[in-house]
Design a protein around this ligand. Structure first.
Ligand code: GLU
Length: 268
């Protein structure tokens, strides 16, 4: 056992977030094998009595691979249209992953305004509780077609943190394309070391700022290490711990559960 596997063992309600660069292969297509393998790993946690909510990016990248000819179109309406196309592909991919296990999935699309409105928040919470109690796996994304720049949540790290708070989760796992938080930017420094535990989130944020280790957002995602640390700070304020780990390592969730996988644990 290590800190990460202990956190998972103790948690009953777990929110797991996938970034676009984790879900999509280098060809820009949703990685069906990764999704199917993840569903199996999640199922084994569900069989142990744990509850899972997924926050999934990937609408834009799935839209792009479907509508290749829109590649160069950068204006907001095309990006929103891409997300509208891609969200269907994304949910189709998730459904194909979970159906063989006899698990239903549900789509929840949220905007920043939804979290600011008490009635909507209550409805979202009740729906989440009902779905999960019935053994359904909710899959949350930002409602990109109605979210223009001014009203966007913007990145799914924040959305995942808000969802974890809304559902009163015990743990948030961010699956990204980095192994965790490093003491320097690993893309530029070969000797960068993985930080396995963070207890002082403000100090971690400051050191990232001063070292210029912003991690950088990937090609399709919007968040870098900064939004991940913001997410950690947000949920740690509610007493919820977070794990940041690489989502495309072989059977990444199983490895975290067994204590063989690496990552950064953000603990209070
Ligand atoms: N909602 C966006 C999508 O599904 C992703 C946002 C993010 O990468 O954080 O493409």
């Amino acid at each position: 056992m290590n800190t990460i596997s202990e956190l998972i063992a103790k948690a009953r309600k777990i929110v797991i977030k996938f970034g676009s660069n984790t879900l999509a292969g280098s060809n820009g297509r949703i990685n069906d094998t990764l999704l199917a393998e993840f569903a199996e790993q999640a199922f084994s946690l569900i069989k142990q009595g744990k509850q899972i909510v997924i926050v999934s990016s990937g609408a834009q990248v799935a839209g792009l691979s479907a509508m290749g000819k829109w590649e160069r179109k950068r204006d907001i309406h095309y990006r929103q249209a891409l997300c509208a196309v891609g969200q269907v592909k994304l949910m189709d991919a998730w459904e194909r992953a979970f159906t063989p296990l006899g698990i239903h999935i549900a789509q929840i699309l949220l905007t920043r305004d939804d979290f600011a409105d008490n009635t909507r928040t209550l409805n979202m919470r009740n729906t989440l509780f009902t779905l999960v109690d019935e053994g359904i796996v909710p899959i949350i994304n930002e409602n990109d077609t109605v979210s223009v720049e001014e009203i966007k949540i913007g990145d799914n790290d924040t959305l995942a943190a808000q969802s974890a708070i809304l559902w009163s989760a015990d743990l948030l796992i961010l699956f990204s394309d980095i192994d965790g938080l490093y003491d320097k930017n690993p893309k530029e420094n070969n000797d960068a070391k993985l930080v396995s535990e963070v207890r002082d989130i403000s100090a971690a944020k400051n050191s990232v700022k001063t070292s210029g280790n912003d991690g950088g957002a990937g090609e399709f995602g919007t968040g870098g290490i900064v939004t991940k640390l913001d997410a950690a700070q947000r949920i740690m304020g509610y007493g919820i711990p977070m794990i940041l780990a690489h989502g495309t390592r072989t059977r990444a969730l199983d490895a975290l559960v067994s204590g063989t996988g690496q990552g950064t644990a953000f603990i209070i």
